[in-house]
Write a protein that binds this ligand. Structure first.
Ligand code: NAD
Length: 549
């Protein structure tokens, strides 16, 4: 695959591939999604978690060609990673709109989807893979930090210092866990069945220590807890064996969760009681036997978690479908475990504090640091934001185009946009920035097993909200709008909307960006208010009284 290069340089000197910065920004985000630094498997167009950015090589070349000649009064339509064509619209319309993996509800399941995919009619796009807004591992690190920050505030006076977090899985997403525990001052034992992964995470400073011995891990943890020092320990082992051993020995962690790939018992979750190589062979040669062993393991794994919960630990599912799998494996009481979304994210979302990410289209890290600096100066009293930004500056390794992700209040979002608009206009930023987000907050996502689980009015599966979200951001003139399904939890289980604004510094563009960001934020809080959350009702009332934006 031959991709054009993303050149850098001063704003006025940057060679453009397109006729204007909005189109150029989207062009760069598409290439960025598939760059070697960002994509999991660029040769197959896979960005992360099997989610693709485009259908195939031809589609990619066609998309780049059409974006390069796209005028400011035209809109490019994309159907599941393949261009449909360019349509005459107007400058205030989005430049690109995408619909990905959408199926008529009765057909919306994996077998039907796979059959259509085989016929080359659709693709699985996850969330930010097919909306070209993936920024690498920073997104999950930031979200995990927020989760644990909320937990610390709710239960431990704002710090995990002296607290033990027991979790598992050091994979692509799970490796953010020890870093986020460290950021919150705590001690973590992270169980991982694959010794190579533990070794790699040690080499890349995701963990401080590694061992194969439960007793050694416990000793290291106890010492660090006693000293109030953050410490993270990778423990080679199977989650079921280790969690059971902890219960047996009467070890009581403060917090217990896991991020093994429990959502995929055959492809991702490893049964206990057999060497890793043997399990890999069994997976291929006798999948039924593998699945039976995996179900038995998950049964033991979740039983141990329930026992730790009964003894007083804070236990929750971390978005990996653990409870559903355990229920099918004969542990129906797994349904009583709460999810991280309801426990630790929804209060923030109801208060209009939502995740945004911004990407330096110049490729210059200086643009990101300039925004960091401004946020640190302007919001020095927002401890959560400051803690995150300082850590991010030290520990986040930029992948592809430099980017930053943060959860911001309505006021912070509005101020950030103003700063970027002026920075681009007056040349303090070397090129326009793209402001985008994941598919998590408010009305952007309908996903009854995760983001919209346990809504007070029972509206978990109502998918009108992401459709309205996409219609609204189209009406307000976002640069890119997407409507998708299946992200995070698989085909049939979620519908969601994506949005990107490329901020080029012009007044008209700034007005549309403001309407887009503030509009979807208000829609999200309205969705929670209508579901019955009093915090969301209060937030809306405050906004309506004319609080600053
Ligand atoms: P991954 O497949 O890259 O990593 C999973 C890790 O678990 C692997 O390293 C594997 O060796 C290990 N593992 C598997 N079975 C094990 C066992 N029995 N005992 C110990 N270790 C075991 O997956 P990932 O990208 O890190 O994601 C992990 C899970 O978390 C997925 O199910 C994902 O959907 C979920 N997740 C949810 C959210 C969210 O809701 N916001 C975010 C991130 C990840």
């Amino acid at each position: 695959m031959q991709l054009p290069s993303l050149t850098t340089g001063l704003h006025t000197n940057i060679p453009m591939h397109c006729l204007g910065w909005p189109q150029e920004g989207i062009y760069r985000l598409l290439l960025n999604s598939l760059s070697l630094d960002v994509a999991e498997n660029p040769c197959e167009f896979v960005v992360y978690g099997n989610g693709k950015a485009v259908r195939d090589e031809q589609a990619l070349q066609d998309l780049l060609r059409l974006l390069a000649s796209l005028r400011e009064d035209e809109t490019l339509l994309v159907q599941s990673g393949q261009p449909v064509g360019v349509f005459p619209t107007h400058p205030a319309a989005p430049r690109v709109v995408l619909s990905t993996a959408m199926l008529v509800p009765h057909w919306s399941n994996w077998p039907q989807f796979r059959a259509l995919e085989q016929k080359h009619l659709t693709l699985f796009g996850q969330s930010t893979a097919s909306s070209w807004a993936y920024i690498g591992a920073q997104g999950i690190l930031q979200a995990t930090f927020e989760t644990l920050w909320q937990l610390a505030n709710q239960h431990f006076q704002g710090t995990l210092s002296g607290r033990l977090v027991l979790t598992s899985g050091l994979g692509g997403m799970g490796c953010a866990q020890p870093l986020a525990v460290e950021m919150n001052g705590g001690v973590a034992i992270v169980v991982e069945v694959d010794p190579d992964k533990v070794r790699r995470r040690l080499e890349t400073n995701h963990i401080h220590a590694a061992t194969e011995d439960v007793q050694v891990a416990l000793q290291l943890a106890k010492e660090a807890m006693a000293q109030g020092q953050p410490r993270t320990i990778g423990l080679v082992g199977n989650v079921a064996d280790v969690y059971e051993a902890m219960v047996h020995e009467g070890i009581q962690p403060d917090i217990v969760t896991d991020q093994t790939s429990a959502h995929d018992l055959l492809g991702g979750y490893v049964p206990a009681g057999m060497p890793l190589a043997e399990s890999r062979s069994l997976r291929v040669h006798n999948p039924q036997a593998y699945l039976a062993a995996a179900r038995e393991t998950i049964r033991r794994h979740v039983k141990a978690m329930l026992q730790m919960a009964a003894a007083g630990a804070i236990v929750f599912e971390y978005g990996n479908h653990l409870r559903g799998q355990a229920a099918q494996a004969g542990v129906p009481e797994a349904a009583h475990l709460p999810s991280f979304v309801t426990l630790f994210a929804r209060d923030l979302l109801c208060a209009g504090i939502t995740p945004l990410r911004w990407v330096a289209l110049s490729g210059d890290v200086g643009d990101i640091y300039r925004v960091d600096r401004w946020l640190l100066d302007r919001y020095g009293d927002d401890e959560r934001l400051i803690t995150w930004l300082q850590w991010a500056q030290e520990r986040v390794h930029f992948q592809g185009l430099p980017a930053r992700s943060a959860w911001l209040t309505r006021e912070e979002q509005a101020d950030l946009l103003d700063f970027v608009v002026l920075g681009v206009r007056e040349g303090r930023l070397r090129a326009p920035l793209a402001i985008t987000r994941d598919h998590f907050a408010g009305a952007t996502m309908a996903s009854p097993h995760r983001e919209t689980e346990a809504m007070p009015d029972g509206s978990d599966a109502i998918a009108d909200w992401p459709v309205l979200n996409a219609l609204l951001t189209t009406a307000t003139g976002a640069t890119l709008v997407s409507l998708q399904q299946g992200g995070g939890v698989g085909i049939g289980y979620s519908m969601h909307a994506g949005m990107t604004v490329v901020v080029d510094g012009t007044p008209e563009n700034a007005k549309r960006a403001k309407q887009t960001l503030q509009g979807e934020l208000r829609l999200g809080v309205t969705r929670y208010a209508q579901a019955g959350y009093s915090v969301a009702k209060t937030t809306l009332a405050e906004w309506q009284r004319g609080e600053p934006t």
